[in-house]
Ligand binder design. Structure first.
Ligand code: IPM
Ligand code: MG
Length: 367
């Protein structure tokens, strides 16, 4: 098998710390499985602003384009908060990166091991067997990208800002196709989340999802929820969902809710897949933990590296077609955590270990 070519965009604050642990895990797996790794680091986010004056330098885009996948850390933080909003790392690096590679399908597993149920605010009584659901978020449309997007001073002197929520039927159809594939690999149950009682985009969303599933996936049981109800159902009884699919902003919000219901943002991995194929004929993708840069704990060996490690596993699965090594990494993370090696965010106030020791435990369980 040719070398696994991927770009490594570690980013800011805890980004580089958890990234180096994920690379360590990948290196061990590669040795065990006879795989060759070809990671190419590139600057992104605040780090790139400091070094090159741009959050997403051309050189970084070139490195990404030449790779088969992007392993992403996280970007942004207080150091760059004084910049104009459009120049801040999140808006100037992550969003353009998603758009540039048309990474329209964001897959976020909501997974809570049975052994960790007390890490969830719902506690064991409500979720005795843990949680296993999947959020599919549309990632390149809706409010985050629609135009106009601007702030203007009106003739009467008042100031007005506008964001535009816009969706095309074809955008809804392609994310529905992704959701169908995911649902077929699980319980064949799909819930579509919208706000069709108020929003035009949601009316189109619901109509399109309904028609697409009826035509292409009659084997899937489809349901619909309004987003406010979905937010409530997610805390009331998360396992009533299996796969849910929703537009960009609703998915941003619901996936954070899902993550905290699952115990910790530090365990939430994600894959953003695009329309494009990589040199292996598999989806080009960006793989990132969803927990952010956590400036408050950066540089203290406190961050949970599991979400970054699990994101690397998703990269092996989706962009390199390596199911077995991906599953081995996931199993090793689970065994390490279940055996009691935990960073502070999942230790329930008990004994905790640092970033590096957490990754050491994952590596030990890979054997
Ligand atoms: C996420 C993040 C990003 C988003 C931010 C950092 C722009 O919250 O990946 O969920 O809103 O998509
Ligand atoms: Mg978010």
């Amino acid at each position: 098998m040719p070398a696994l070519k991927f770009a490594v965009l570690a980013g800011d604050y805890i980004g580089p710390e958890v990234m180096s642990e994920a690379l360590r895990v990948l290196t061990v797996v590669a040795r065990q499985e006879n795989l060759m790794l070809e990671p190419t680091p590139a600057d992104v986010g605040g780090a790139a602003i400091d070094r090159h004056g741009s959050a997403l330098p051309d050189a970084t885009l070139k490195i990404c384009a030449a790779a088969d996948a992007i392993l992403f850390g996280s970007v942004g933080g207080p150091k760059w908060e004084k910049l104009p909003p459009a120049q801040q790392p999140e808006r100037a690096a992550l969003l353009p990166l998603r758009k540039h590679f048309t990474l329209f399908a964001n897959i976020r597993p909501g997974l809570l091991y049975r052994e960790l149920t007390d890490a969830s605010p719902l506690k064991t009584a409500r979720i005795p067997n843990g949680i296993d659901i999947l959020c599919i978020r549309e990632l390149t449309g809706g409010l985050y990208f629609g135009l106009p997007k601007q702030t203007i001073t009106l003739p009467d002197g008042d100031v007005q800002a506008v964001d535009t929520m816009v969706y095309r039927r074809s955008e809804i159809e392609r994310i529905t196709a992704t959701a169908i594939t995911a649902a077929r690999s699980r319980k064949k149950k799909l819930c579509s989340v919208d706000k069709a009682n108020v929003l035009e985009t949601s009316v189109l969303w619901r109509k399109t999802v309904t028609a697409y599933v009826a035509q292409h996936a009659p084997d899937i049981t489809l349901s619909h929820l309004y987003v406010d109800n979905a937010a409530m159902q997610l805390v009331r009884d998360p396992n009533q969902f299996d796969v849910f699919v929703t537009e960009n902003m609703f998915g941003d919000i619901l996936s954070d809710e899902m993550a905290v219901v699952c115990g910790s943002l530090g365990m939430l991995s994600s894959a953003s897949l695009g329309a494009g194929q990589n040199s292996r004929g598999l989806p080009f993708g960006l793989y990132e933990p969803a927990g952010g840069t956590a400036p408050d704990i950066a540089g203290k060996d406190l961050a949970n590296p599991c979400a970054q490690i699990l994101s690397a596993a998703l990269m092996l699965r989706y962009s390199f077609g390596l199911e077995a090594p991906a599953a081995r990494i996931e199993a090793a993370v689970k065994r390490a955590v279940v055996a009691g090696t935990r960073t502070a965010d999942i230790a329930f106030g008990g004994k905790s270990v640092g970033t590096r020791a957490m990754a050491d435990a994952v590596i030990a369980h890979l054997a």
